[in-house]
Design a protein around this ligand. Sequence first.
Ligand code: KG4
Ligand code: ZN
Length: 335
Amino acid sequence: MTVLGIESSCDECAVALVRDGATILSSVINTQIEHHRPYNGVVPELASRLHVEAVTDVYREARRLAGGVDFDAVAVTNRPGLVGSLLVGLSFAKGVAFAAGKPLVGVDHILAHLYAPQLEGPVAYPHVGLLVSGGHTLLALVRSFDDIEVLGTTIDDAVGEAFDKVAKFYGLGYPGGKAVDDLAKTGDPDAYRFPQSRLDKGSHPFDVSYSGLKTAVINQKDSFLKPGAEPTLENLCAGFQAAAVDLLVRKLKGVVKETGVHRVVAGGGVAANSYLRRSLSAQKGWEVHYPSLELCTDNAAMIAGWAYHALTRGDRAGWDLNAQSRVPRFKRKYP
Ligand code: KG4
Ligand code: ZN
């Protein structure tokens, strides 16, 4: 079965053709980063308009690269995301499915992110999934393509958002994660000792928080400088990055201990972070997987791949399928 996938939940307009949930025939991604850069963040209305301009060409290119192969169904991200952006991909998907007389299925973007590594060779279930991007911070026990138990999430900013806000404040560019990562390479992670959130108690022991760290780095950095250490930007980035990543690793260790599952899959844009990758790979007894960067960040191959399994068990969306901006964050069971 060949599925045509469409993704437009944020600032990437993407179309892909994937066979049997495993083989990518084509995957085209049109990113809007350059358009949002002047604003240091995604401007929702601009994103919707850019999707309208791009989606037809992206679709044509994906079909062309797949050699004009026919498709059996259309899959589209319909939640969560920017509603204006989602509606562009959703309406386009309905048009394509209707015209071709093929079934349509709506896909949850987060479940699709957690599925992405399966497109580069099967990763056995269960595993612990870490999804870290500009919009999501999630620790979950992944039992199958749609059996996900969310064990932790952020109670405020996403981790990538914290990287972006720190980078924006210090004028490092947008998106800021890579700039921070690069500067941190020559910095001393111990020069600044930033506090980590302590949400360990209570009913959500694996939740994280990034607004306190962000505020400390932006407004109170001097009070966290070790006596005698140099207050350089490199040291600041290294200290911030270490605090942000160490918190994730600490929570992951807790999840691995509680679940007894030592297979860990990291995805999302922040999974590109070199310090995070080093820290995860250094954990003894863990089997760590990272999808390649194109599959970590937003793409339509993960949408088409996930949808194959949903279609196989009979999922079909009606023509009234709508977009949803959010899905409840604190539910233990996802979605
Ligand atoms: O998955 P993604 O492309 O888009 C969504 O947010 O859905 O993730 C983008 C995020 C941005 O916040 C960016 O700053 C961050 O990933 N990022 C990084 C790195 N590369 C990208 N964060 C830390 N270190 C990096 N090397
Ligand atoms: Zn995403």
